[in-house]
Design a protein around this ligand. Structure first.
Ligand code: 13P
Length: 251
């Protein structure tokens, strides 16, 4: 099985209001009119519908940053997967380490959300990654393997699921694992997916996330089994995101 198109994904986290977001859609579309990789921005949910209208025919995909596992009901402040799809999202980030930490999300929660996302026609970007304490204790592969097994549902396919390896200690810190460390974890994730899903595992996109910048992107994208990036801070402006997209196109 051949690998699908690579994916450059931006996670805006809790940043952005309409005026700047619409300017970003215009700038990103102009800088990459015909991208050779898939492009995704996951803005705050309040911006998805407006950005969806603004992108018109450009193949920029939009995604949520979380969804609820239920389809509707008395869950104040939460958003159902179908609501994200209704606003124009085609992806949703699930199990980001900030949600696991801030909202105590478990692997079982993430798995239930991924099943809900699939039912709404969304592609899940399921995040996994070790803390610094876990890396220093030598338990990285055990932690990542367990999160992968438990967070990814049995219904996962390369079409409805993307894996993002985000070492917690690399997020927003400017610290990046060595290429050997990235290769070890991405290779391990591919093996683990193969053990579970067979030959289809080759089709899953495995993104790296954590302090990806224009200056380190090419080196990271040259690593085996890195099929793209999930970018936080450097996805907020086209000036910072564009070199990362170009590096992925050239990888
Ligand atoms: P930074 O790129 O800001 O380190 O964030 C990574 C991240 O958490 C993407 O989901």
């Amino acid at each position: 099985m051949t690998r699908p198109r690579k994916l450059a994904a931006g996670n805006w986290k809790m940043n952005g209001t309409a005026k700047a977001a619409l300017a970003e859609v215009a700038a990103l579309s102009a800088a990459h009119p015909d991208p050779k990789v898939d492009l995704l921005i996951c803005p705050p949910a309040t911006l998805i519908a407006q950005m969806n209208w603004a992108k018109k025919t450009h193949p920029l995909a939009l995604g949520g940053q979380d969804c609820h596992a239920k389809t509707h009901g008395a869950h104040t402040g939460d958003i159902a997967a179908a609501m994200l799809a209704d606003a124009g999202a085609t992806y949703v980030i699930l199990g980001h380490s900030e949600r696991r930490a801030d909202h105590h999300e478990t692997d079982a929660d993430v798995r239930a959300k991924a099943i809900a996302a699939e039912a709404a026609g969304l592609i899940s970007v399921i995040c996994i990654g070790e803390t610094l304490t876990e890396r220093e204790a030598g338990t990285t592969l055990t932690v990542v393997g367990t999160q992968l097994d438990r967070s990814v549902p049995d219904i996962a396919t390369p079409e409805n699921c993307v894996i993002a390896y985000e070492p917690v200690w690399a997020i927003g810190t400017g610290k990046v694992p060595t290429t050997a460390q990235i290769a070890e974890v991405h290779g391990f994730i591919r093996e683990r997916l193969t053990a579970r899903f067979g030959a289809a595992a080759e089709g899953f996109r495995i993104l790296y996330g954590g302090s990806v910048k224009g200056t380190n992107a090419a080196e990271i994208f040259a690593v085996d089994d890195v099929d793209g990036a999930l970018v936080g801070g450097a996805s907020l402006t086209t000036a910072d995101f564009s070199p990362i997209i170009t590096a992925l196109e050239n990888a």
